[in-house]
Design a protein around this ligand. Structure first.
Ligand code: SF4
Ligand code: SF4
Length: 204
């Protein structure tokens, strides 16, 4: 029928990324990914799972199967509140919270996070600010986040921003860090690369 668009729901082998499981497993804390027995305890214990588009158990299964695009674009990794409940209860001692962090880092590195979701934008802006100046600045970071997610909200936030400025709770200026900023940048950049230990654990 002309104009009818059929959305492909079935995934084929060629849609998968076979390197994705190893890529994730090589990141800090994610090496035990392949020990998952799909018991679902993590999903049952997660207080946020009802709001997620994939449960934690599904995230682990989809990652192991190579569904890179689907996993990195899911809202699950950004809704995760890092409460560690899943990690504490997992019978295979898999660090699911760390896997969520690994997936967040990959999503940001590859620029495939949901663009209007405040959490990844906030994380990215925070990282940028700290990397470039060595300091955080709540006002600048919040402004950048609102402009990139919902610019109309900025107007509503102006009275609150002014109050915070007048009471000295927020500043327009960023303090200078003492110490070597380039060393900090090298340290932060190195965190984006898988460690040798994590690579060895992933291939073991
Ligand atoms: S609780 Fe652990 S073993 Fe069970 S599904 Fe979740 S990650 Fe897999
Ligand atoms: S750490 Fe994240 S995924 Fe695990 S139970 Fe808490 S909110 Fe759910």
């Amino acid at each position: 029928m002309p104009g009818l668009k059929i959305q492909q729901r079935i995934k084929y082998q060629e849609d998968l990324d076979p390197d994705f499981p190893d890529q994730v497993a090589a990141m800090p804390g994610a090496a035990d990914l392949n020990r998952c027995i799909q018991c679902g305890t993590c999903s049952a214990t997660c207080p946020i799972s009802i709001y997620m588009d994939m449960t934690p158990r599904q995230v682990v299964a989809m990652t192991r199967a190579g569904f890179k695009k689907e996993v990195l674009q899911s809202n699950t990794i950004w809704l995760c509140a890092s409460c560690y409940s899943c990690t504490a209860e997992c019978p295979k001692k898999i660090k699911i919270t760390d896997i969520m962090y690994a997936l967040k880092r990959l999503a940001i590195q590859e620029g495939v996070y949901p663009k209007r979701l405040p959490t990844p934008v906030l994380a990215r802006e925070f990282f940028r600010k700290v990397r470039s100046t060595g300091r955080s600045n709540e006002g600048q970071i919040a402004t950048a986040m609102i402009l990139k997610t919902n610019p109309f909200k900025l107007l509503k936030q102006i009275p609150l921003g002014l109050k915070l400025l007048l009471r000295g709770r927020m500043s327009l200026f960023t303090e200078k860090m003492s110490g070597d900023r380039h060393q900090l940048q090298e340290l932060l950049d190195s965190m984006d690369k898988p460690t040798d230990t994590a690579k060895q654990q992933a291939t073991a």
